[in-house]
Structure formats: structure tokens, C-alpha cells
Design a protein around this ligand. Structure first.
Ligand SMILES: [Zn+2]
Length: 293
């Protein structure tokens, strides 16, 4: 009898084929898990402590792509420096750009900082605009809707489950955003400089004045002359806060802080970038806590 029950259980479990979803970044993995729940298996390519523009390619990443039914990317050219060779290595036609199992979420985002002219002289510019839109928590809702649509398209049998999961996620997220926005509204000292054009969406959402970037141009390391320029700018404009990410060198910010008396705040750029940020909410909460308390 026991054996029969076991066999019956085994048969049910093995009948439920999960959708293998690979996402480039951790935050996308979290959204997919919220919408897909038990019907998906999620793998993330990028280590969230690395520079998101330059993820070190490893054979294990190709293996993940080879097995994928769906690839979800940030887009806006954020993956342009590292994903194409991995896709070529994986040779998985289901997930190539433009195929049914491919999703670029940047398509539903209002991208900011679009360059008027695209030229190498402007540094490593992103011609589609600033791709770091995950920093605005309001963007998560539109991304969740897009992901739900794609999961329904790939797995119609579970349409109701995906739609219900989306509804409960959106309801919860909207109430979370209300609380979050209220906390940010009373946050003080809203004049900052940052290392890279990384936190622009967050800064714009919460009415910060971004006075400058430590990098002279995107992707170009600052010289000591650039650092002096930033120091002068900060003193002139009365800036007391430097936003630093986890993956750029920290010497320049420390030097500028020493000369200006400003404080350096290290902020995560993705889920899991710093300790205690392994969910969407704890990621955004950590930004608020580090900035406002
Ligand atoms: Zn960038």
C-alpha cells in the first residue's frame, strides 16, 4: 500500500513540468518567483556584488542558458557587454532575442538620460538611456505585469495561477509603495553626488538633487583632477552626501569625503548586493535606511 501511494505521488510530481526561467539580474529573478511561484524554477546569471555592466562569463552560466525555457533580461543595453557571447555558447534557439522565450523588460520602462548624441567621446554611454531603472521601486509593478503576460503565453495551462499571483503581488506591492514613499517623503538631506549614473531613477523619484558624478563620463575612472573638481562642486553647492556602489573603487569617494567632510553611503544596486537585501522589499528598505537614518 505504502508503495502504491509513493508511486502515485511520484507520478503526480513528475507530471508537473516547471518552466525553467533564467534572469540576468537577481531582482528579475525575485519578480519571476512572485508571479510564477511553484510553476517556475528560477536561475539568476549575475552575481549581484559584481558590476552589472561586466559580469564575468563562466561555463556554468552557459549551462543555465542551455536549459532555459525563458530568458528575462533588463535590457537598455545593460547586458550588452557580457550576455551575447554566453547566448552564442548556449545555442538555445528558444531564448534567442526575439523568440517566444525571450523577454526584455526595458520595453515597458520610461527610460531617462537618453543621450542626444551617441559617441565614444561621451564615455560608455547607454544609447537607449539609463538602464538602471530597478532603482525606482515603482518600476517593479510594470515589470511584474509584463512577466505575468509572458508566463501565460508560455504556459497557458496555468494562466489563472499566474494572473492570481500577479493580482496579489500588485496589491501587496502598491501598499508597500505607499508606505515606502511616505518614508522617503520625510527623508532629509536630498543633495548628493554619486560615483556612476546608477541611482538616477531613485533620485528622480524621491526629489533628490543630483549635483554630480565622481566618474567624469560613464565608465571612465576619475583622475585626481576630476576628484578635485567634484570637491569644489560639492563645497560650492553644499553637498554632504556621496553615494557609492559596491563594485567601483572606493578610494576616490573616501578622498573626497575627507576633503569635504561629507559622508559616504554605500547603496545596493540589486537584490543581494549587500547583506540583508535578498528580497525586493529588503533591497529597497536598505536604501531607505542607509539614506534616511
Ligand atoms: Zn551604467
Amino acid at each position: 500500500m505504502k508503495k502504491i501511494i509513493f508511486l502515485a505521488l511520484f507520478a503526480t510530481v513528475s507530471l508537473v513540468a516547471k518552466i525553467n526561467v533564467v534572469t540576468t539580474y537577481a531582482y528579475l529573478g525575485e519578480v519571476v518567483k512572485e508571479i510564477g511561484k511553484d510553476n517556475v524554477k528560477v536561475d539568476v546569471l549575475a552575481n549581484p556584488t559584481f558590476d552589472p555592466h561586466f559580469i564575468v562569463p563562466k561555463p556554468s552560466l552557459i549551462t543555465k542558458l542551455r536549459r532555459a525555457d525563458l530568458l528575462v533580461i533588463n535590457g537598455g543595453q545593460l547586458e550588452i557587454g557580457w550576455l551575447p557571447p554566453l547566448l552564442r555558447g548556449a545555442q538555445n534557439r528558444n531564448i534567442n532575442i526575439g523568440s517566444k522565450g525571450f523577454l526584455d523588460v526595458s520595453g515597458v520602462i520610461n527610460m531617462i538620460n537618453k543621450p542626444a548624441v551617441v559617441s565614444r567621446a561621451q564615455g560608455d554611454v547607454h544609447p537607449d538611456g539609463n538602464p538602471h531603472f530597478v532603482l525606482d521601486p515603482h518600476n517593479i509593478s510594470v515589470i511584474a505585469k509584463l512577466i505575468a503576460k509572458k508566463l501565460v503565453l508560455l504556459d497557458y495551462a496555468n494562466k489563472t495561477a499566474y494572473e492570481n499571483n500577479l493580482q496579489s503581488f500588485l496589491q501587496d506591492w502598491e501598499s508597500y509603495l505607499k508606505e515606502y514613499d511616505a518614508k522617503m517623503a520625510v527623508c532629509k538631506d536630498k543633495k548628493v553626488v554619486q560615483y556612476h549614473q546608477l541611482f538616477n531613477y531613485f533620485l528622480q523619484r524621491y526629489d533628490y538633487a543630483l549635483v554630480g558624478n565622481i566618474e567624469p563620463l560613464p565608465g571612465i575612472s576619475p583622475s585626481s583632477k576630476d576628484a578635485l573638481k567634484t570637491i569644489n562642486l560639492m563645497q560650492e553647492k553644499g553637498v554632504n552626501t556621496i553615494l557609492q556602489d559596491v563594485y567601483h573603487e572606493k578610494k576616490t569617494a573616501a578622498f573626497i569625503a575627507e576633503k569635504t567632510g561629507a559622508k559616504v553611503i554605500v547603496l545596493p544596486h540589486d537584490v543581494g548586493s549587500v547583506e540583508g537585501t535578498d528580497t525586493l522589499k529588503s533591497f529597497y528598505n536598505t536604501i531607505e535606511e542607509r539614506l534616511c537614518r
